[in-house]
Ligand binder design. Structure first.
Ligand SMILES: Cc1cc2nc3c(=O)[nH]c(=O)nc-3n(C[C@H](O)[C@H](O)[C@H](O)COP(=O)(O)OP(=O)(O)OC[C@H]3O[C@@H](n4cnc5c(N)ncnc54)[C@H](O)[C@@H]3O)c2cc1C
Length: 404
């Protein structure tokens, strides 16, 4: 078996995701928690060739990157080989037929799993490449009922999962790449090549962060560019950073970063925010936040040695460009529904959200149900996602009973 080393921090959803994926493989690892051993931070950055994000994962001494890279190896079917597990998975690669398959492990998918498991439907959850969903990249959740003092997003999702497991839900890691909905049972192909068939399907694949789409953004991702302030803000203590966006997420990230950074430049392409009035007031009152209105990021500046060193901004009204020295860029410009595998198979709105029959979770194909943000461009909250996950499980249970 391979020798695995992971640098982590205590609050780090992607570290938890990486450990969950490794745990699902049955392998052991050595962990260096930088909160407990801060003196080893420079060792990690050096070994990881300048990367300033956690987790950093090393397999047999070779740096493979963070959770996204680990997950990509799994999707490409290369991870087992690197972990020295090839041959050991043959039995789990057999096609499996289940009554209900649930795609996604955010609040919608895990609530659907709790209900489906308690109805003895023995569901299998395909957990996706972001186990626990979007709440794993936030800190305090104050509006989920039942937690009068608030709850940390990642902790909440661990509780959801434990509750689903308690009633016998099975889990698989990774994403679904392709589905065949033309005949029942439906066939689902995972990115790692595994195939599952299911009599009913609940889609709760949520939404993903949007990136700016600049080459330089990709080049400096994990070397200054991030989409998760709560994970990576720590590395920018005493340094100036920027946030792009104008919605609640962007403003929340900017405020969070004031705990670490010397200054936070909030770059917004319009001259007013979309965020709630309360959030705007908090940001505009914070002396560490400077709002740069009517501007877009034209390029992330830096070099291979230093990583990111600044941004080239363009004023969209005057066309003037200017450079600003920041060492971190947090991209917070919204989300898109994760509906790629269902394109041309299920009815969607103009933005790619799945359409359901109002008041139900039924999609345009019988036996396929949708829950959570993937079918909700309006509310997009954990509680509404969980509520529709419950509806989807009940809709699926009744549909299965009618079609037995
Ligand atoms: C920073 C931040 C803070 C937030 N704070 C709050 C808050 O305080 N209160 C609140 O109520 N809401 C909050 N939200 C919104 C809330 O997180 C979402 O509304 C909720 O997570 C949606 O749940 P979901 O289950 O529909 O989807 P998600 O949570 O997005 O989960 C989707 C799941 O599907 C998986 N997946 C994606 N593609 C595939 C595929 N092809 N195959 C298999 N699986 C796939 C993903 O890996 C993931 O597990 C916040 C969101 C963000 C980003």
């Amino acid at each position: 078996m391979a020798d695995i080393l992971i640098y982590t921090k205590t609050f780090c959803p992607f570290c938890s995701n990486a450990k969950s994926l490794l745990k699902s493989k049955g392998v052991a690892w050595t962990e260096i928690n930088l909160d407990d051993q801060p003196s080893r931070q420079s060792e990690m950055i050096e070994k990881a060739e300048g990367r300033k994000t956690v987790p950093q994962i090393f397999i047999d001494g070779h740096g493979i990157g963070g959770f996204d890279d680990l997950s990509a190896l799994e999707s490409q079917g290369k991870l087992d080989g690197l972990l020295g597990l090839q041959g050991e998975r043959a039995s789990s690669d057999q096609p499996q037929c289940v009554k209900v398959a649930i795609l996604g492990s955010g609040p919608a998918g895990l609530t659907a799993a709790i209900y489906a498991a308690r109805a003895n439907l023995n569901p299998v959850v395909i957990a996706g490449n972001e186990p626990g969903g979007q709440l794993t990249i936030t800190t305090e959740v104050e509006n989920f009922p039942g937690f009068p003092e608030g709850v940390q997003g990642p902790d909440l999702m661990v509780q959801f999962r434990k509750q689903a497991e308690r009633f016998g839900t099975a889990f698989k890691t990774g994403n679904i790449a392709k589905v065949d909905l033309s005949k029942r049972p439906f066939t689902l192909s995972l990115e790692n090549g595994e195939t599952i068939c299911a009599e009913a399907l609940i889609i709760s694949t949520g939404a993903s962060a949007r990136w700016l789409g600049l080459d330089s953004e990709t080049r400096f991702r994990n070397r200054g560019v991030s989409a998760c302030a709560t994970c990576d803000g720590f590395f920018f203590r005493g340094k100036p950073v920027a946030v792009v966006g104008g919605g609640d997420t962007a403003l929340e990230e900017a405020l969070f970063l004031t705990n670490f950074a010397t200054a936070v430049k909030l770059i917004h392409r319009r001259n007013e925010f979309r965020a709630s009035k309360a959030m705007q007031d908090r940001v505009l009152k914070n002396s560490k936040v400077e709002v740069i209105w009517d501007s877009v990021v034209e390029e992330v500046l830096g070099d291979d040695d230093k990583g990111m060193t600044g941004l080239r901004l363009k004023n969209v009204k005057t066309g003037a460009t200017s450079d600003t020295a920041v060492e971190g860029l947090f991209v917070a410009i919204g989300h898109h529904p994760n509906t790629g595998p269902f394109k041309n198979l299920l009815a969607m709105d103009e933005n790619g959200y799945l359409k359901v029959t109002p008041g139900t979770t039924r999609t345009s194909v019988e036996g396929v149900f949708a829950a959570g943000d993937v079918a909700d461009s309006v509310y997009r909250q954990a509680i509404t996602a969980a509520g529709s996950g419950c509806m989807a499980a009940i809709d699926a249970e009744r549909w299965l009973a009618e079609h037995e």
